[in-house]
Design a protein around this ligand. Structure first.
Ligand SMILES: [Zn+2]
Length: 94
């Protein structure tokens, strides 16, 4: 089963939304055909949930690349993700 993990602890999603995303990613429960897939962004290396067939290149449609680009001018991002934590924290699995 695909693991749906959106951002850090401050960006949790409801169980119903996670169930729906998992169903449409794995093609189970609600649908027999997957419509989403997890792709690795070639720019930042993050796993990104995208519609099947989406081409991820140079971070132009990667939400994590956009967060990194906004980081220096967005106080909310700076408060949520301390710079040292962003640079050194390894990816975690819930
Ligand atoms: Zn990226």
């Amino acid at each position: 089963m695909a693991q749906i993990w959106i951002g850090a602890d401050t960006h949790r999603i409801s169980f119903d939304r996670a169930f729906d995303l998992t169903s449409h990613t794995d093609g189970i429960w609600l649908t027999s055909t997957p419509v989403f897939e997890v792709l690795a962004c070639p720019t930042c290396g993050s796993d990104v949930l995208m519609a099947i067939g989406t081409v991820v290149h140079l971070g132009d449609n990667c939400p994590f690349c956009k967060l990194v680009q906004r980081y220096s001018c967005d106080p909310r991002l700076q408060a949520s993700f301390p710079k040292n934590g962003m640079a050194t924290a390894p990816a975690t699995t819930p």
